[in-house]
Design a binder for this molecule. Structure first.
Ligand code: CP
Length: 354
């Protein structure tokens, strides 16, 4: 999707103002496509005008209880390029967790900021935080919560800022998502679940091969099938990575481990080994298939150098697009009160005001 194949006019965007972005499934397919359209236009504008101060004087609080390279830096530089300011807040620097309730922290940060981005291990904290916040709250990734005794999934993790960036990247490369086939191979939780939900909502067929310890859960399958029913597309779940990638236009994977201890990490790596994305596997995908990975990558584990460094790989565009998609999201959710003086900002400015 380039500016030449975006819609002729940006749609009215004021309807997004004040909304949370906790889950992209809270947005219709039409709304998600509008947000991608906005991001594509912002990226085109950025090429000639890196500094576009739509959000002059506005502030974004960013809470991270785990590390991040892309999410932290893309939100912070994105907010700067929009003329605003971003605060990077870690546990120990604010009173969450511990000295203050989640709701009180949300109220306090709402007093000082125009939006709040949150990466937090426990999705329940994000939900509670958003309920107490008086400004838009954006999910910067939450992790799956399991019962420590049984391993049963209690709450699903998600990363909808990543999955919508992935959708933007595919739109940019292929001009559409409707009718394409995506394959998710390997550990499916969090980013995988978000990707299959986002792409099915936007009209893609979905094929998944995931290890048993991190599957496409019944809950995610049900939601993906509901999305597919609207488009006449399909969900295919298999144990066989070759079956999953056959005919796929896009092949996705992600890291096999995240915060586990060494023993659990070893176990996950052994269970996930058959799901490595390598050159042999990619030969079964469509001849022009793209490879995508949210990063960070563990080269030689879930993906080989030969794939991630191949011409089929779009991982660096995918990383860059985090900033462009999130700039659009920040603009849509925070909104503007006045048309910027700069004529180059008028098209987007008018859409934001209408
Ligand atoms: N993809 C992603 O969220 O990367 P970071 O963990 O570096 O933010």
């Amino acid at each position: 999707m380039t500016p030449s194949n975006t819609r002729p006019n940006l749609p009215a965007l004021a309807k997004y103002r004040g909304r949370h972005y906790l889950d992209d499934q809270d947005y219709s397919a039409e709304e998600l496509l509008e947000l991608i359209d906005l991001a594509v236009r912002l990226k085109a504008l950025w090429r000639t005008r890196p500094f576009t101060p739509f959000l002059l004087g506005k502030s974004l609080a960013m809470i991270f209880d785990q590390g991040s390279t892309r999410t932290r830096v893309s939100f912070e530089t994105g907010m700067y390029e929009l003329g605003g300011h971003a605060l990077y807040l870690r546990p120990g620097e604010i009173h969450l967790p511990g000295k203050e309730s989640v709701g009180d922290t949300a109220r306090a940060l709402s007093v000082f900021n125009n939006a709040i981005e949150m990466r937090y291990c426990d999705p329940r904290v994000l939900t509670e935080f958003a309920a107490g916040a008086e400004v838009p709250v954006i999910n910067g990734m939450v992790l799956t919560v399991r019962d420590p005794q049984t391993g049963k999934i209690l709450v699903h993790g998600s990363h909808p800022a990543q999955s919508m960036t992935d959708a933007m990247t595919v739109m940019e490369k292929r001009g559409r998502i409707e009718g394409l086939t995506i394959a998710w191979v390997g550990v499916a939780e969090d980013v995988g679940w978000s990707d299959v939900l986002t792409f099915s909502r936007l009209g893609a067929n979905v094929r998944v091969a995931a290890p048993k310890h991190s599957p496409l859960t019944d809950d995610v399958c049900r939601k993906v099938r509901a999305n597919c029913d609207k488009w006449g597309t399909s969900l295919h779940v298999t144990d066989d990575p070759v079956d999953a990638v056959t005919t796929a236009d896009v092949v996705f994977t992600q890291m096999w481990w995240w915060d586990e201890d060494d023993a659990e990490k070893e176990r996950y790596m052994t269970l996930s080994q058959p799901f490595q994305v390598n050159e042999d596997l990619m030969r079964h995908a469509a001849p022009d298939a793209m490879f995508m990975h949210c990063l960070p990558a563990q080269r030689g584990q879930e993906v080989t150098d030969a794939v991630i460094d191949s011409p089929a790989s779009v991982v660096w565009d995918e990383a860059e697009n985090r900033k462009h998609f999130q700039k659009g999201l920040l603009l849509a959710l925070i909104g503007i009160d006045d048309l910027p003086a700069d004529p180059d900002l008028h098209e987007i400015g008018r859409a934001l005001l209408s």
